[in-house]
Design a protein around this ligand. Structure first.
Ligand code: FAD
Length: 432
Protein backbone atom coordinates (compact mmCIF):
# COMPACT_ATOMS: atom_id res chain seq x y z
CA UNK A 1 0.00 0.00 0.00
CA UNK A 2 1.20 3.53 -0.74
CA UNK A 3 0.48 4.36 2.89
CA UNK A 4 2.91 1.68 4.06
CA UNK A 5 5.55 4.34 4.57
CA UNK A 6 9.10 3.32 5.21
CA UNK A 7 12.44 4.88 5.93
CA UNK A 8 13.81 7.88 7.74
CA UNK A 9 12.01 11.16 8.21
CA UNK A 10 14.12 13.93 6.62
CA UNK A 11 15.86 16.30 9.04
CA UNK A 12 15.31 13.82 11.90
CA UNK A 13 17.13 10.68 12.90
CA UNK A 14 14.01 8.60 13.08
CA UNK A 15 12.17 6.06 10.95
CA UNK A 16 8.47 5.99 10.21
CA UNK A 17 8.27 2.47 11.61
CA UNK A 18 9.67 3.48 14.99
CA UNK A 19 7.25 6.42 15.22
CA UNK A 20 4.34 4.11 14.40
CA UNK A 21 5.24 1.75 17.17
CA UNK A 22 6.07 4.51 19.67
CA UNK A 23 2.84 6.32 18.98
CA UNK A 24 0.42 3.44 18.66
CA UNK A 25 1.69 1.54 21.68
CA UNK A 26 2.78 4.26 24.09
CA UNK A 27 1.40 7.68 23.26
CA UNK A 28 -1.98 7.11 21.66
CA UNK A 29 -3.51 5.11 24.57
CA UNK A 30 -2.53 7.78 27.11
CA UNK A 31 -3.86 10.62 24.98
CA UNK A 32 -6.99 8.76 24.14
CA UNK A 33 -7.96 8.68 27.80
CA UNK A 34 -6.50 12.08 28.75
CA UNK A 35 -8.42 13.98 26.12
CA UNK A 36 -11.69 12.69 27.49
CA UNK A 37 -11.05 14.50 30.76
CA UNK A 38 -12.74 17.80 31.44
CA UNK A 39 -9.55 19.84 31.59
CA UNK A 40 -8.72 19.03 27.99
CA UNK A 41 -12.25 18.73 26.78
CA UNK A 42 -13.34 22.37 26.94
CA UNK A 43 -11.59 25.16 25.13
CA UNK A 44 -12.56 28.80 25.12
CA UNK A 45 -12.35 30.43 21.76
CA UNK A 46 -13.84 33.21 19.70
CA UNK A 47 -15.23 31.80 16.49
CA UNK A 48 -16.99 34.99 15.52
CA UNK A 49 -13.97 37.11 14.67
CA UNK A 50 -14.09 38.31 11.12
CA UNK A 51 -11.43 37.51 8.59
CA UNK A 52 -8.80 40.28 8.63
CA UNK A 53 -7.65 39.60 5.06
CA UNK A 54 -10.69 39.31 2.82
CA UNK A 55 -14.45 39.64 3.14
CA UNK A 56 -16.08 36.57 4.67
CA UNK A 57 -17.29 34.67 1.68
CA UNK A 58 -18.78 31.44 2.80
CA UNK A 59 -19.88 31.54 6.41
CA UNK A 60 -23.43 30.42 5.82
CA UNK A 61 -23.10 29.20 2.28
CA UNK A 62 -22.43 25.59 3.14
CA UNK A 63 -25.10 23.02 3.55
CA UNK A 64 -25.51 22.04 7.22
CA UNK A 65 -23.07 24.65 8.52
CA UNK A 66 -25.57 27.32 9.40
CA UNK A 67 -27.09 27.92 12.82
CA UNK A 68 -30.26 28.86 11.04
CA UNK A 69 -31.15 25.19 11.05
CA UNK A 70 -31.50 25.22 14.84
CA UNK A 71 -34.74 25.61 16.68
CA UNK A 72 -34.38 28.61 18.93
CA UNK A 73 -35.42 27.83 22.52
CA UNK A 74 -37.55 30.25 24.56
CA UNK A 75 -34.55 31.15 26.73
CA UNK A 76 -32.93 32.90 23.84
CA UNK A 77 -35.30 35.76 24.27
CA UNK A 78 -34.21 36.18 27.91
CA UNK A 79 -30.57 37.26 27.94
CA UNK A 80 -30.47 37.39 31.75
CA UNK A 81 -30.87 33.62 31.79
CA UNK A 82 -28.08 32.89 29.39
CA UNK A 83 -26.16 34.64 26.64
CA UNK A 84 -27.93 34.38 23.30
CA UNK A 85 -25.17 32.55 21.52
CA UNK A 86 -24.99 29.79 24.12
CA UNK A 87 -28.68 29.05 24.24
CA UNK A 88 -28.96 29.24 20.50
CA UNK A 89 -26.47 26.47 20.02
CA UNK A 90 -27.24 24.48 23.15
CA UNK A 91 -30.70 23.65 21.94
CA UNK A 92 -29.93 22.87 18.36
CA UNK A 93 -31.68 19.71 17.41
CA UNK A 94 -29.46 19.09 14.41
CA UNK A 95 -26.45 17.79 16.32
CA UNK A 96 -25.54 15.47 13.51
CA UNK A 97 -25.52 18.33 11.09
CA UNK A 98 -22.13 19.08 9.73
CA UNK A 99 -20.42 22.08 11.15
CA UNK A 100 -22.76 22.44 14.12
CA UNK A 101 -21.09 23.46 17.38
CA UNK A 102 -22.46 22.49 20.75
CA UNK A 103 -21.38 24.91 23.46
CA UNK A 104 -23.40 23.43 26.31
CA UNK A 105 -21.62 23.55 29.66
CA UNK A 106 -22.65 22.59 33.15
CA UNK A 107 -22.74 25.20 35.93
CA UNK A 108 -19.93 23.40 37.81
CA UNK A 109 -17.74 23.40 34.75
CA UNK A 110 -18.29 27.11 34.37
CA UNK A 111 -17.25 27.75 37.95
CA UNK A 112 -14.09 25.72 37.38
CA UNK A 113 -13.29 27.58 34.19
CA UNK A 114 -13.50 30.93 35.93
CA UNK A 115 -10.73 29.73 38.18
CA UNK A 116 -8.67 28.55 35.21
CA UNK A 117 -9.20 31.89 33.55
CA UNK A 118 -7.46 33.54 36.50
CA UNK A 119 -4.35 31.59 35.57
CA UNK A 120 -4.47 32.56 31.96
CA UNK A 121 -3.11 35.76 30.56
CA UNK A 122 -2.88 36.95 27.01
CA UNK A 123 0.65 37.03 25.73
CA UNK A 124 2.10 39.10 23.01
CA UNK A 125 5.49 37.67 22.20
CA UNK A 126 4.41 34.19 21.18
CA UNK A 127 3.92 32.57 17.84
CA UNK A 128 0.14 32.97 17.97
CA UNK A 129 -2.06 36.01 17.72
CA UNK A 130 -3.22 36.54 21.33
CA UNK A 131 -6.79 35.50 22.02
CA UNK A 132 -8.86 37.64 24.32
CA UNK A 133 -10.59 34.99 26.36
CA UNK A 134 -12.60 37.61 28.14
CA UNK A 135 -14.13 38.92 24.94
CA UNK A 136 -17.92 38.59 25.16
CA UNK A 137 -17.89 36.57 21.96
CA UNK A 138 -15.48 33.95 23.36
CA UNK A 139 -17.27 30.78 24.38
CA UNK A 140 -16.29 27.42 25.75
CA UNK A 141 -16.59 24.64 23.25
CA UNK A 142 -16.89 20.97 24.10
CA UNK A 143 -14.37 19.27 21.87
CA UNK A 144 -15.83 15.82 22.42
CA UNK A 145 -19.28 16.68 21.18
CA UNK A 146 -17.79 18.58 18.26
CA UNK A 147 -15.28 16.10 16.85
CA UNK A 148 -13.05 16.89 13.94
CA UNK A 149 -14.46 15.05 10.93
CA UNK A 150 -15.75 15.49 7.42
CA UNK A 151 -17.82 18.65 7.13
CA UNK A 152 -18.10 19.15 3.41
CA UNK A 153 -16.09 22.37 3.62
CA UNK A 154 -14.27 22.68 0.32
CA UNK A 155 -14.06 24.70 -2.85
CA UNK A 156 -13.02 28.33 -3.21
CA UNK A 157 -13.13 29.25 0.47
CA UNK A 158 -11.09 26.29 1.72
CA UNK A 159 -8.66 26.68 -1.16
CA UNK A 160 -8.23 30.37 -0.49
CA UNK A 161 -7.25 29.64 3.10
CA UNK A 162 -4.74 26.94 2.15
CA UNK A 163 -3.45 29.02 -0.73
CA UNK A 164 -2.93 32.03 1.49
CA UNK A 165 -1.11 29.91 4.03
CA UNK A 166 1.23 28.33 1.50
CA UNK A 167 1.78 31.09 -0.99
CA UNK A 168 1.84 34.12 1.25
CA UNK A 169 3.00 32.80 4.59
CA UNK A 170 5.14 29.75 4.00
CA UNK A 171 8.62 30.52 2.84
CA UNK A 172 8.72 29.49 -0.77
CA UNK A 173 11.80 29.04 -2.91
CA UNK A 174 9.77 28.58 -6.08
CA UNK A 175 7.76 31.23 -7.75
CA UNK A 176 4.34 30.11 -8.80
CA UNK A 177 5.22 29.63 -12.43
CA UNK A 178 2.74 26.89 -13.27
CA UNK A 179 -0.32 29.03 -12.72
CA UNK A 180 -1.70 26.50 -10.27
CA UNK A 181 -2.66 28.06 -6.96
CA UNK A 182 -0.98 25.17 -5.19
CA UNK A 183 2.29 24.82 -6.99
CA UNK A 184 4.11 25.42 -3.73
CA UNK A 185 7.43 23.83 -3.07
CA UNK A 186 7.20 20.24 -1.95
CA UNK A 187 10.70 18.90 -1.46
CA UNK A 188 12.08 21.95 0.26
CA UNK A 189 15.57 21.15 -0.98
CA UNK A 190 16.19 24.73 -2.04
CA UNK A 191 15.34 26.12 1.36
CA UNK A 192 17.32 26.39 4.56
CA UNK A 193 16.43 24.11 7.44
CA UNK A 194 14.21 26.63 9.23
CA UNK A 195 12.13 27.53 6.19
CA UNK A 196 11.85 23.89 5.17
CA UNK A 197 10.66 23.02 8.66
CA UNK A 198 8.05 25.74 8.56
CA UNK A 199 6.64 24.45 5.28
CA UNK A 200 6.74 20.82 6.39
CA UNK A 201 4.98 21.61 9.66
CA UNK A 202 2.13 23.34 7.81
CA UNK A 203 1.94 20.55 5.25
CA UNK A 204 1.89 18.00 8.08
CA UNK A 205 -1.00 19.82 9.70
CA UNK A 206 -2.86 19.91 6.39
CA UNK A 207 -2.23 16.18 5.91
CA UNK A 208 -3.49 15.44 9.42
CA UNK A 209 -6.73 17.36 8.83
CA UNK A 210 -7.26 15.46 5.60
CA UNK A 211 -6.55 12.10 7.26
CA UNK A 212 -9.18 12.91 9.87
CA UNK A 213 -11.85 13.89 7.41
CA UNK A 214 -11.18 10.65 5.50
CA UNK A 215 -11.29 8.56 8.67
CA UNK A 216 -14.48 10.16 9.95
CA UNK A 217 -16.23 10.63 6.70
CA UNK A 218 -19.97 11.04 6.36
CA UNK A 219 -20.88 7.59 5.05
CA UNK A 220 -24.60 8.07 5.42
CA UNK A 221 -26.51 11.23 6.14
CA UNK A 222 -28.89 11.41 9.09
CA UNK A 223 -32.56 10.89 8.36
CA UNK A 224 -34.72 13.07 10.53
CA UNK A 225 -38.44 13.60 10.11
CA UNK A 226 -41.17 11.79 8.18
CA UNK A 227 -41.27 9.10 10.87
CA UNK A 228 -37.57 8.40 10.57
CA UNK A 229 -34.85 9.29 13.05
CA UNK A 230 -31.67 7.61 11.90
CA UNK A 231 -28.39 9.15 13.02
CA UNK A 232 -25.64 9.82 10.51
CA UNK A 233 -22.99 7.16 10.02
CA UNK A 234 -19.35 8.21 10.12
CA UNK A 235 -16.37 6.09 9.21
CA UNK A 236 -13.36 5.40 7.05
CA UNK A 237 -13.65 6.32 3.41
CA UNK A 238 -10.86 4.58 1.53
CA UNK A 239 -11.53 6.35 -1.77
CA UNK A 240 -11.34 9.75 -0.07
CA UNK A 241 -8.09 8.76 1.61
CA UNK A 242 -6.64 7.49 -1.65
CA UNK A 243 -7.64 10.59 -3.56
CA UNK A 244 -5.64 12.67 -1.09
CA UNK A 245 -2.57 10.53 -0.53
CA UNK A 246 -2.14 7.95 -3.28
CA UNK A 247 0.91 9.03 -5.32
CA UNK A 248 -0.94 8.10 -8.50
CA UNK A 249 -3.61 10.67 -7.64
CA UNK A 250 -1.46 13.38 -6.11
CA UNK A 251 1.36 13.70 -8.60
CA UNK A 252 3.53 11.59 -6.32
CA UNK A 253 3.09 13.98 -3.39
CA UNK A 254 0.85 11.93 -1.07
CA UNK A 255 3.53 9.96 0.80
CA UNK A 256 5.68 13.09 1.24
CA UNK A 257 2.70 14.83 2.82
CA UNK A 258 2.17 11.91 5.17
CA UNK A 259 5.85 12.02 6.11
CA UNK A 260 5.40 15.70 6.90
CA UNK A 261 2.70 14.66 9.33
CA UNK A 262 5.21 12.39 11.09
CA UNK A 263 7.74 15.22 11.09
CA UNK A 264 5.25 17.56 12.74
CA UNK A 265 4.50 14.88 15.29
CA UNK A 266 8.20 14.73 16.23
CA UNK A 267 8.27 18.52 16.66
CA UNK A 268 5.29 18.53 19.01
CA UNK A 269 6.47 15.49 20.97
CA UNK A 270 9.79 17.25 21.52
CA UNK A 271 7.98 20.41 22.68
CA UNK A 272 5.95 18.33 25.10
CA UNK A 273 9.13 16.87 26.59
CA UNK A 274 10.79 20.28 26.79
CA UNK A 275 7.84 21.85 28.59
CA UNK A 276 7.60 18.78 30.82
CA UNK A 277 8.84 20.49 33.97
CA UNK A 278 6.18 23.17 33.62
CA UNK A 279 3.43 20.72 32.83
CA UNK A 280 4.33 18.61 35.85
CA UNK A 281 3.76 21.61 38.08
CA UNK A 282 0.30 22.33 36.77
CA UNK A 283 -2.73 21.67 38.89
CA UNK A 284 -5.13 20.84 36.02
CA UNK A 285 -7.87 22.16 38.21
CA UNK A 286 -11.47 21.31 37.39
CA UNK A 287 -12.92 21.17 40.88
CA UNK A 288 -12.98 17.35 40.76
CA UNK A 289 -10.02 16.29 42.92
CA UNK A 290 -9.92 12.68 41.73
CA UNK A 291 -10.12 13.57 38.10
CA UNK A 292 -7.50 16.28 38.54
CA UNK A 293 -5.15 13.82 40.14
CA UNK A 294 -5.66 11.27 37.35
CA UNK A 295 -4.94 13.97 34.82
CA UNK A 296 -1.73 15.00 36.59
CA UNK A 297 -0.55 11.40 36.61
CA UNK A 298 -1.44 10.84 32.97
CA UNK A 299 0.34 14.05 31.96
CA UNK A 300 3.42 12.89 33.85
CA UNK A 301 3.32 9.55 32.04
CA UNK A 302 2.96 11.34 28.73
CA UNK A 303 5.87 13.66 29.46
CA UNK A 304 7.96 10.68 30.47
CA UNK A 305 7.38 8.80 27.21
CA UNK A 306 7.93 12.01 25.22
CA UNK A 307 11.30 12.47 26.93
CA UNK A 308 12.31 8.99 25.91
CA UNK A 309 11.81 9.77 22.22
CA UNK A 310 13.88 12.77 21.28
CA UNK A 311 14.32 13.02 17.53
CA UNK A 312 13.77 16.66 16.78
CA UNK A 313 16.74 18.81 17.62
CA UNK A 314 15.76 22.45 18.01
CA UNK A 315 19.29 23.42 19.02
CA UNK A 316 20.38 23.23 15.38
CA UNK A 317 17.88 25.94 14.45
CA UNK A 318 18.50 29.68 14.22
CA UNK A 319 22.15 29.21 15.01
CA UNK A 320 24.77 31.90 14.23
CA UNK A 321 22.57 34.70 15.49
CA UNK A 322 19.82 34.38 12.87
CA UNK A 323 17.53 36.50 14.97
CA UNK A 324 15.90 38.21 12.01
CA UNK A 325 15.05 34.86 10.44
CA UNK A 326 13.58 33.76 13.75
CA UNK A 327 11.47 36.89 13.93
CA UNK A 328 10.33 36.37 10.35
CA UNK A 329 9.45 32.79 11.20
CA UNK A 330 7.45 33.96 14.21
CA UNK A 331 5.57 36.64 12.29
CA UNK A 332 4.74 34.29 9.43
CA UNK A 333 3.33 31.78 11.84
CA UNK A 334 1.41 34.42 13.67
CA UNK A 335 -0.20 35.42 10.43
CA UNK A 336 -1.37 31.85 9.95
CA UNK A 337 -3.12 32.03 13.30
CA UNK A 338 -4.98 35.08 12.00
CA UNK A 339 -5.90 33.33 8.76
CA UNK A 340 -7.79 30.78 10.83
CA UNK A 341 -10.46 33.44 11.31
CA UNK A 342 -11.05 33.22 7.55
CA UNK A 343 -12.08 29.56 7.63
CA UNK A 344 -15.70 29.49 6.51
CA UNK A 345 -16.95 26.54 8.54
CA UNK A 346 -17.26 26.79 12.29
CA UNK A 347 -16.14 23.29 13.06
CA UNK A 348 -13.14 23.46 10.71
CA UNK A 349 -12.30 26.84 12.20
CA UNK A 350 -12.47 25.46 15.72
CA UNK A 351 -10.12 22.56 14.98
CA UNK A 352 -7.94 24.67 12.71
CA UNK A 353 -7.50 27.28 15.45
CA UNK A 354 -6.89 24.65 18.07
CA UNK A 355 -4.23 22.85 16.08
CA UNK A 356 -2.52 26.01 14.89
CA UNK A 357 -2.48 27.30 18.48
CA UNK A 358 -1.06 23.96 19.59
CA UNK A 359 1.68 24.18 17.00
CA UNK A 360 2.34 27.82 17.89
CA UNK A 361 2.67 26.77 21.52
CA UNK A 362 5.13 24.05 20.51
CA UNK A 363 7.19 26.59 18.57
CA UNK A 364 7.16 28.94 21.54
CA UNK A 365 8.41 26.12 23.78
CA UNK A 366 11.14 25.17 21.33
CA UNK A 367 12.32 28.57 20.17
CA UNK A 368 11.42 31.29 22.65
CA UNK A 369 14.26 30.44 25.01
CA UNK A 370 11.88 30.48 27.98
CA UNK A 371 11.93 26.74 28.53
CA UNK A 372 14.66 24.63 30.03
CA UNK A 373 16.01 21.60 28.24
CA UNK A 374 15.01 18.94 30.70
CA UNK A 375 15.54 15.89 28.50
CA UNK A 376 17.82 14.28 31.07
CA UNK A 377 15.24 14.11 33.85
CA UNK A 378 13.19 11.25 32.53
CA UNK A 379 12.56 9.33 35.71
CA UNK A 380 9.23 9.16 37.43
CA UNK A 381 9.31 10.01 41.11
CA UNK A 382 6.29 8.99 43.22
CA UNK A 383 7.53 11.26 46.00
CA UNK A 384 7.14 14.19 43.65
CA UNK A 385 3.50 13.33 43.04
CA UNK A 386 2.91 13.41 46.81
CA UNK A 387 4.61 16.78 47.00
CA UNK A 388 2.57 18.04 44.08
CA UNK A 389 -0.60 17.12 45.88
CA UNK A 390 0.39 19.22 48.85
CA UNK A 391 1.73 22.11 46.87
CA UNK A 392 -0.35 25.22 46.36
CA UNK A 393 -1.23 26.19 42.79
CA UNK A 394 1.72 27.90 41.18
CA UNK A 395 1.54 31.66 41.28
CA UNK A 396 0.67 33.28 37.99
CA UNK A 397 4.08 34.78 37.08
CA UNK A 398 5.68 31.32 37.27
CA UNK A 399 3.35 29.95 34.60
CA UNK A 400 4.90 30.11 31.19
CA UNK A 401 1.96 28.47 29.49
CA UNK A 402 -1.68 29.45 29.77
CA UNK A 403 -4.50 26.97 30.02
CA UNK A 404 -5.50 28.04 26.52
CA UNK A 405 -2.09 26.99 25.21
CA UNK A 406 -1.81 23.77 27.20
CA UNK A 407 -5.21 22.52 26.10
CA UNK A 408 -4.36 23.40 22.51
CA UNK A 409 -0.94 21.75 22.64
CA UNK A 410 -2.14 18.47 24.10
CA UNK A 411 -5.13 18.33 21.78
CA UNK A 412 -2.92 19.13 18.79
CA UNK A 413 -0.61 16.28 19.70
CA UNK A 414 -3.72 14.17 20.19
CA UNK A 415 -4.83 14.96 16.64
CA UNK A 416 -1.46 13.98 15.16
CA UNK A 417 -1.30 10.89 17.30
CA UNK A 418 -4.77 9.91 16.13
CA UNK A 419 -3.80 10.53 12.51
CA UNK A 420 -0.85 8.17 12.81
CA UNK A 421 -3.12 5.62 14.44
CA UNK A 422 -5.67 6.08 11.63
CA UNK A 423 -3.00 5.46 9.02
CA UNK A 424 -2.58 2.02 10.54
CA UNK A 425 -6.34 1.47 10.25
CA UNK A 426 -6.30 2.54 6.59
CA UNK A 427 -3.42 0.15 5.90
CA UNK A 428 -5.44 -2.70 7.34
CA UNK A 429 -8.59 -1.72 5.47
CA UNK A 430 -6.77 -1.39 2.17
CA UNK A 431 -4.96 -4.70 2.73
CA UNK A 432 -8.33 -6.39 3.18
P1 FAD B 1 -7.21 20.66 -0.20
O1 FAD B 1 -6.99 19.81 0.99
O2 FAD B 1 -8.07 21.85 -0.06
O3 FAD B 1 -5.77 21.10 -0.68
C1 FAD B 1 -5.59 22.15 -1.64
C2 FAD B 1 -4.31 21.85 -2.40
O4 FAD B 1 -3.20 21.89 -1.50
C3 FAD B 1 -4.27 20.46 -3.03
O5 FAD B 1 -4.83 20.49 -4.31
C4 FAD B 1 -2.80 20.17 -3.07
O6 FAD B 1 -2.18 20.77 -4.20
C5 FAD B 1 -2.28 20.86 -1.85
N1 FAD B 1 -2.16 19.99 -0.68
C6 FAD B 1 -3.08 19.12 -0.19
N2 FAD B 1 -2.62 18.53 0.92
C7 FAD B 1 -1.40 19.03 1.13
C8 FAD B 1 -0.42 18.81 2.11
N3 FAD B 1 -0.61 17.98 3.13
N4 FAD B 1 0.77 19.46 2.01
C9 FAD B 1 0.99 20.33 1.01
N5 FAD B 1 0.09 20.60 0.05
C10 FAD B 1 -1.09 19.95 0.11
N6 FAD B 1 -12.72 19.71 5.89
C11 FAD B 1 -13.45 18.82 6.61
O7 FAD B 1 -14.20 18.04 6.04
N7 FAD B 1 -13.31 18.75 7.97
C12 FAD B 1 -12.48 19.57 8.66
O8 FAD B 1 -12.41 19.49 9.89
C13 FAD B 1 -11.73 20.53 7.92
N8 FAD B 1 -10.91 21.38 8.55
C14 FAD B 1 -10.26 22.33 7.83
C15 FAD B 1 -9.46 23.26 8.50
C16 FAD B 1 -8.83 24.25 7.79
C17 FAD B 1 -7.98 25.25 8.53
C18 FAD B 1 -8.99 24.36 6.37
C19 FAD B 1 -8.34 25.46 5.60
C20 FAD B 1 -9.76 23.42 5.72
C21 FAD B 1 -10.40 22.41 6.42
N9 FAD B 1 -11.19 21.46 5.78
C22 FAD B 1 -11.89 20.55 6.50
C23 FAD B 1 -11.23 21.40 4.31
C24 FAD B 1 -10.17 20.42 3.76
O9 FAD B 1 -8.90 20.64 4.33
C25 FAD B 1 -10.00 20.59 2.24
O10 FAD B 1 -9.66 21.91 1.96
C26 FAD B 1 -11.25 20.20 1.47
O11 FAD B 1 -11.65 18.90 1.79
C27 FAD B 1 -10.99 20.28 -0.05
O12 FAD B 1 -9.97 19.35 -0.39
P2 FAD B 1 -9.21 19.35 -1.75
O13 FAD B 1 -9.10 17.96 -2.22
O14 FAD B 1 -9.79 20.34 -2.68
O15 FAD B 1 -7.70 19.79 -1.39
Amino acid sequence: CFCELKGLIDDCSCSVESIDSFNNVQVYPILNSLLNRDFFRYWKVDLTKSCPFWPDDSRCAMQYCSVEQCEVPPGIKEPRVAPVREVEEEDCTGEEHLGYLNTTLSAESKAGFEKWAEHDSTQDSGFCEPEDEHAPSSTYVDLLTNPERYTGYQGVSAHRVWHSIYQENCFSANSDSSGSPFSHITDGSAMCLEKRTFYRAVSGLHASINVHLSARYLLQDAKIGFGENVPAIWGHNIQEFQSRFDPAKTGGEGPTRLKNLYFLYLIEIRALAKAGSDLELMEFYTGEPEQDRDVRLAVRRLVKVARSFRHFDESSYFSNGQSSLKEEFRLHFRNITRIMDCVGCDKCKLWGKLQVTGLGTALKILFSGDFEDDSMSNTYDPQLERELKERKPPSQPALKLTRFEVVALINAIGRLSRSIYELEQFRKLIAR
